[in-house]
Ligand binder design. Sequence first.
Ligand code: NDP
Length: 315
Amino acid sequence: MDTNTNEKTGCLIIGSGPAGYTAAIYASRANLKPILYQGIQPGGQLTITTEVENYPGYPEGIQGPEMMVHFEKQAARMGADIRYGLATQVDFSSHPLKVQIDEEKWIEADSVIISTGASAKWLGIESEQRLNGYGVSACAVCDGFFFKGKPVAIVGAGDTAAEEALYLSKICSEVHMIVRRDEMRASKVMQERVKATPNIRIYWNSETDEVLGSNKVEAVRIRNNQTGEKLEVPVNAFFVAIGHSPNSDIFKGWLEMDEAGYIKTVPGTSRTNIEGVFAAGDVQDKVYRQAVTAAGSGCMAALDAERYLSAKGLH
Ligand code: NDP
């Protein structure tokens, strides 16, 4: 591999969601002079949500994209060098660590903070994309509250779907849960809770034919994949909970990951199996996945990086 480098930094941050920008704020204030590459979606998943009401410090709530502008501005004001660009390859075989940007330039770094996030999986039907942000959402905890007292639908049958269906059942009038097989993948205890909740109705062997509505969700058309029978159910929102994919492909072969590709960190820290490489936010967290927990783990990663660099006499 040709890894001729033309730049060196003490701390390279990959990704620009709450984890990356928080890491940049802390690393800048510790005088690590971090360089942050924003990746393919500057601002991350919050740039595709609408209102955020659960991030502390915004008593009136805030639009997701606007909040990420605030994060970026704060990181820039502290001195972070924020750049457009995508990390396309890494070479963690020796120190300094090497990261390739946009398939051309290589950067050397004494420490690397990975905060590349995760992406929600979607069904891939036309109406899901068209009504995204207008009642179609991949995050019940973010958007459920906007449908208080209203009927909603959710697709998926894993632990996330079960957890989100239960969450929604406490806020919404009815939860229509669309399950493609005759059983759920979710853990037994979660399945039992879902089945025992009176306002959750499960549609077994069923798939989403289309989400209906011209500029907001009005109903969902459900198709039974055994009988072919179609059913229109009035709902005000449609939640997709069919899993997330961590954005960790370029680190495969270097970093320890679980079977789904989430980067493993030493519990209670952001340390990975490679010295000087830290992971923060959704790329290493499949359980909480909130902006505030991602920001918290970004802070941990910057503090871990600073301690590592000090201990090595590199800072
Ligand atoms: P999973 O991959 O476990 O489940 C995805 C679900 O979506 C499955 O039921 C799958 O159906 C369904 N699905 C996938 N594609 C489609 C599609 N195109 N149409 C309809 N349904 C579809 O993802 P989760 O996000 O639920 O969980 C990820 C991991 O995180 C799991 O290991 C889970 O246990 C863990 N987790 C743990 C939590 C906790 O401990 N509190 C909370 C949340 C998640 P099928 O079963 O037919 O494949």
